[in-house]
Design a protein around this ligand. Sequence first.
Ligand code: SF4
Length: 720
Amino acid sequence: MTTTEQERTVRAACPHDCPDTCALRVTVSGNRVIRVEGDPDHPATDGVLCTKVARYAERTHHPDRLTQPLRRIGPKGSGQFEAVSWEVAIAEIATRLDQIAARDPQRIVPYSYAGTMGFVQGDGLAQRFFYALGASRLDATICSAAGSNGLASVHGKSVGMAVEQFENSKLILLWGTNPVTSSVHLWRRIQTAKRKGAVVIAIDPFESDSAQKCDRWLALRPGTDAALALALINVLITENLLDHDWIKQHTEGFEALSERAMQWPAARAAEICGLAEADIVWLARQWGSVRPAAIRVNYGVQRARGGADAVRAIAALAALTGAWRDAAGGMLLSSSGWFPVDVQGWQRPDLMPGWPDRLPRSVNMSAIGEALAIPVVPPHGSASGGSTPGGSTPGDLATIPVEAIVVWNANPVAVAPDSESVIRGFAREDLFTVVLEHFQTDTADWADWVLPATTQMEHFDLHKSYGHTSLVVNHPAIAPIGNALPNSEIFRRLAGAMGLTEPALFDDDQTVARSALDWSHPRLAGVTWEDLLERGWAPLTMDPTANPLANGGFPTASGRVQLVDSALSAQGRDPVPDWQPPWESVEVDPERSALYPLQLISPPARNFLNTTFVNVTSIRAREGEPECLLHPADATQRGLVEGALVKVFNDRGAFAARLRVTERVRRGVAVAPSIWWHRDAPGIRGGPGRNVNAVTSQRLTEGGAGATFYDCRVEVEALA
Ligand code: SF4
């Protein structure tokens, strides 16, 4: 696209961990991004961007961009690096990885997440490279694993109602989600629904910006969502607010779920959730009587021990009332399962040695601190535990040390739970650390090598979405800044330098992108690669005016909603959804609960997206400083006043924050909007800066082995 002789417009995609996956129009002059705007033609974007990405030019041309490979020349973490050429960097990194791989390639751990979600610059060529090397696999569990596990259990895959239809719903439950911050386009649709008379109810321990604008805010205790959902099911059954016909035709396991729900009268859930019994009954009656009714549940509910079962119980609500019958009814957690992704063609797991029966061990990214704590026992090689059929066992982690970690699209030192443990790991002098980055992040500070990566403005990519059902293409708008290279090119060069010869490791970016999809699938009927490149986006072949699940057809073995999942028995889990008290609850750990009486949650700060954008000056200025929000009664009990600098702590660590005293937080809960970089957070009494993850835990969820960021007990005291 061209606008004037001086300026041109390029079609692009937002790469960030956000369900909206906006189609962008980037205005460029010379090699400079002038403006980034939403594509007005893309229905899900509708010409609108969040304030973060609207400032993408500032991030792209930030004076702190990394522009040259950097080699560490001082002690770990000292910040002493020297610039070297790409040739030197690639050759030296390849030599070191070769040496480690010769002992056992599983001692090399890849670490990446959603810094960019593209098929090419995310886990495309990089995954092929590590598979071919025989490196450890990574369990990518840090954000959505428990929820995805729960949803797959009920629906078969991450599928749900069309996001466009929320504007036609008459009742909307916002369950553990704050779309004003984390899904602005959904929020616009909800506003439309409100204008048309919809009732919108927020279920959240924190009165978020979205909850403030809802008709009701139900402030349940963190980690009690499954108890609430089961009590709602109890009321639906006892008051016969069910769609028996839909249940009969499109679900399985109703009897067993009913039996479980009978153990959950509203009075019991009220006590556990900290809600009024009458409010639970009212909510169930609303859900059972208003049509069309929709639930937007988000990943907030699944960041505690029982997160997978919470999603299972919430998903059951939509099935029991036949909410799916209506185009504007049902539930949405993620839409990513609608895309016909060809994982085999895209990531080539067959390149792994031992495929498909004896695979390299797997490391859970949510417990990376524990994985890095395993010592390298000299002489090298004597501690290898070898491969295990089908994946990891606890024994793997206990015996195979991590000697090298390669990080891209991630910032684990700031983002992974239990920071002190993670930092101890990254500080190991015998750990070889390579970080591909745009900026000198908390993780890059501990690297042996920092490799400058291109931003979304400088490379090609293709994106699916987890909030809508369009593919979106990203064309490079400008040439790379300095000597930055796309992730894909860095992994191609490393593969070449290590003597790997598999042709798939050297595919160009468009070939990788095309390989990611099953082009013969009916949902891509009529979509051509050429049209996609030209238009910048393409909707899947689905009718946005209809509910794709109105008549069942869920991607489960039976095509039905699995209210009960018998396959879970083999994993030692309850096939029927139930409430599991959080790890750090009075029920499970009364001693810890007495020492640290507050439940801490750390939802996204309005102007940040994980740790991305924290270093963009204008955006950080809008966010202010790290804060901790407490209910007035909790503040008074501790002698704390508004505006005080406080220490939030437990036995894992501590961070400093400015206290905000507000009734937007329920009693017994602390809220720390996140995620600040450690280096930008205030230190405690001259110590290093720490963010909220100084106190979060490496315990995992029961289903999906996900992170438990909101299953965390703390105490708060004044910081003199
Ligand atoms: S972060 Fe979300 S809302 Fe913002 S531009 Fe990206 S996809 Fe759109």
